[in-house]
Design a protein around this ligand. Structure first.
Ligand SMILES: Nc1ncnc2c1ncn2[C@@H]1O[C@H](COP(=O)(O)OP(=O)(O)O)[C@@H](O)[C@H]1O
Ligand SMILES: [Mg+2]
Length: 226
């Protein structure tokens, strides 16, 4: 089943936060989800374990210890078991990252509103292309505007959208940004998906809109069990 990776050569852009928000929302919506944590800092698997406890009775698992040696086998196995496999890739270009990209059906590249983020996001897209060439297939990528201001869009935010579209016209920018919200920080402490904390709240609606866009890119028709 589809493999969705979160990737950026830049650290701190919100890969792990976006991954956990999306993964938990997919699980709460009735899909069987496996998170593979390929970042040696182990945040996705540590917080994912908390999330799994919160998601009692829901098919959600987060596995750590993904390395260069086992990433291909781990993705292969997870694909056979899960409806969606979400892979948290390290914030560097490495063999591990390249292997993870090569096995992805969609790569989500979070970008904050800054020139530095745009630069590194474009580099990440180049890495995705290279992985695609190595695997002899086209790997789809999209930008996710990340840690986005919830108030009116700043000049930097508008400029970021504009530059991404002009510099990488073939890579979609998701319409819905992942907003900068305390709910996404709280999720890291308690492992609670926003949709369980406040169903119908702003954070939950934000993640749901992103989930729908991501599934549309994968060509999946959205039918919620919830
Ligand atoms: N949407 C968001 N709203 C609020 N805080 C966020 C959001 N996304 C990320 N953060 C915070 O930004 C920091 C970096 O996020 P993280 O997900 O760890 O990025 P990465 O995995 O790319 O290194 C963390 O402190 C995290 O809590
Ligand atoms: Mg991370």
């Amino acid at each position: 089943m589809p493999v969705i990776s979160l990737a950026s050569v830049k650290g701190g852009v919100g890969k792990t936060s976006a991954l956990l928000a999306l993964a938990s929302d997919l699980a709460v919506s009735g899909s069987n989800v496996v998170v593979l944590d390929a970042d040696p800092n182990g945040h996705a698997s540590r917080i994912g374990a908390r999330m799994a406890k919160r998601l009692d009775g829901v098919a959600f698992a987060a596995l750590g210890g993904i390395t260069e040696a086992n990433i291909l086998a781990s993705i292969k196995k997870a694909r056979t078991e899960a409806d969606y496999v979400l892979v948290d890739l390290p914030g560097v270009s490495s063999k591990l990252t390249l292997l993870g990209l090569a096995r992805s059906d969609l790569v989500i590249v979070p970008v904050q509103a800054s020139e530095m983020d745009i630069h590194d996001a474009l580099q990440t897209v180049e890495n995705v292309k290279q992985a695609g060439e190595a695997a002899d297939k086209t790997i789809r990528a999209c930008f996710l505007l990340s840690r986005w201001p919830i108030t009116i869009e700043s000049r930097a935010a508008k400029e970021t959208r504009k530059r991404l579209q002009s510099k990488a016209p073939d890579v979609a920018v998701l319409n819905t940004p992942l907003m900068d919200r305390t709910a996404f920080k709280e999720m890291t402490f308690n492992g609670a998906p926003p949709r369980l904390v406040e169903p119908g709240g702003n954070a939950a609606a934000n993640v749901e809109a992103i989930r729908r866009e991501v599934l549309a890119l994968l060509g999946v028709e959205v039918e919620d069990a919830a």
